[in-house]
Write a protein that binds this ligand. Structure first.
Ligand SMILES: [Zn+2]
Length: 281
C-alpha cells in the first residue's frame, strides 16, 4: 500500500510536547486504536476538543502531499467527542484517496505499537519515544521496541481453469477469498503457504510464484501474495477455520473481497490470464 501511493512517504520524528498543536500538519487522532473522524469522514479540525486532555504520545509519521502527518494517541476508554466518530479502514475505502489510506495504514499500526509498548518488556520501566529512530526506548536498560510487522502468506491455487476460494466464518455473508495464514518463526513464506493450504484445504501445491505484497493494518500484517498450482489430494475444509471451500471458474465466482485488496487483485489477475488462454485458438 505505501509503495502504491506516490503522494505519501513514511517518515519519523518524535514530538517532545505531545500537547503542542501544529496547524500546518495533518493530524490523525486516535483514542486507543480508533481513528477519530469528523462528518464526511474528514480528519477532525484542529485543535482537538479540550475534554480529551493531553495525548499519551505524539509523533510525526510521514509526509502526505507535502504536509507533515502527525499521530496523536489518547488511551483507550475515553469517550469519543460528540461531533466525531470512529473511522475504519474498510469504511474509508472509496471515500479517502490512496495517499490518505496509505497514511492511515501506517498510523494504525504505529498506534498499536505505541499502546503495546508503554512499559519496557525487559525491566518494566516506562518507555520513551526514540529521538533519532522509530523505536520505543527504555531509559533504564536501553531495550528498544520497534514497530512489529507480521508476515502473512496469502495464495491463489489454480487447478486447470479453476480457482480455489474459501470462506472463513468471520467473512461477510457470501464472501469467499484466498487462503492465508501467519508465517511461523523460522518458516519461509512459501513453506507457510504450503502448510496453510494443506491444513485448511487438505491439498498439496507446487510451482509457487510471488505476486505482490500489501501492508494491512489489522493489526500489523504484511501480506505476501503468491499464486500456486494444485499438486494433489482431495479438498477437506479445516474444521473451525474454514466454513466452505471450493473450486470456482471465472464465469461463476462468488462475492469477492473489495477491489483494493491484494486477494482481489490476485483473483482478477488470474481470471485475466485464464480468459486469454480460453481465447487462444
Ligand atoms: Zn528496560
Amino acid at each position: 500500500m505505501i509503495a502504491a501511493a506516490p503522494d505519501f512517504e513514511p517518515a519519523y520524528g518524535s514530538i517532545a510536547d505531545p500537547s503542542a498543536a501544529d496547524e500546518r500538519a495533518l493530524v490523525f487522532p486516535f483514542i486507543g486504536q480508533k481513528l477519530l473522524i469528523g462528518p464526511d469522514a474528514a480528519l477532525p479540525r484542529q485543535p482537538m476538543p479540550q475534554n480529551l486532555g493531553n495525548p499519551l504520545r505524539a509523533l510525526r509519521f510521514g509526509v502526505l502531499a507535502g504536509r507533515d502527518c502527525v499521530l496523536r494517541v489518547w488511551p483507550a476508554g475515553l469517550a469519543i467527542p460528540p461531533d466525531l466518530s470512529a473511522g475504519d479502514y474498510r469504511s474509508l475505502w472509496g471515500q479517502w484517496p490512496p495517499g490518505y489510506l496509505a497514511a492511515f495504514v501506517r498510523a494504525r499500526q504505529l498506534v498499536a505499537w505505541v499502546l503495546h509498548n508503554r512499559f519496557c518488556g525487559a525491566c518494566g520501566q516506562a518507555m520513551e519515544a526514540g529521538r533519532t529512530e522509530i523505536a520505543c526506548e527504555c531509559p533504564a536498560c536501553g531495550y528498544k521496541a520497534y514497530p512489529r510487522i507480521s508476515p502473512v502468506a496469502i495464495g491463489i491455487v489454480l487447478k486447470g481453469d479453476e480457482i480455489l476460494l474459501a470462506r472463513s466464518p468471520h467473512f461477510a455473508p457470501g464472501m469467499y477469498s484466498a487462503l492465508a495464514g501467519f508465517v511461523e518463526a523460522g518458516e519461509s513464506a512459501e513453506a507457510c503457504l504450503r502448510r496453510e493450504v494443506r491444513e485448511e484445504a487438505g491439498i498439496d501445491i507446487r510451482n509457487i510464484r510471488y505476486f505482490d505484497s500489501q501492508s494491512w493494518p489489522y493489526p500489523h500484517s504484511l501480506m505476501l501474495g503468491f499464486i500456486a498450482d494444485y499438486h494433489g489430494g482431495d479438498l477437506v475444509a479445516q474444521e473451525g477455520e474454514i466454513e466452505d471451500i471450493g473450486w470456482f471458474r471465472p464465469g461463476g465466482l462468488p462475492i469477492l473481497p473489495h477491489a483494493g485488496s491484494l486477494a482481489r487483485r490476485m483473483i482478477d489477475a488470474v481470471c485475466r490470464t485464464l480468459a486469454k488462454k480460453t481465447r487462444r485458438p
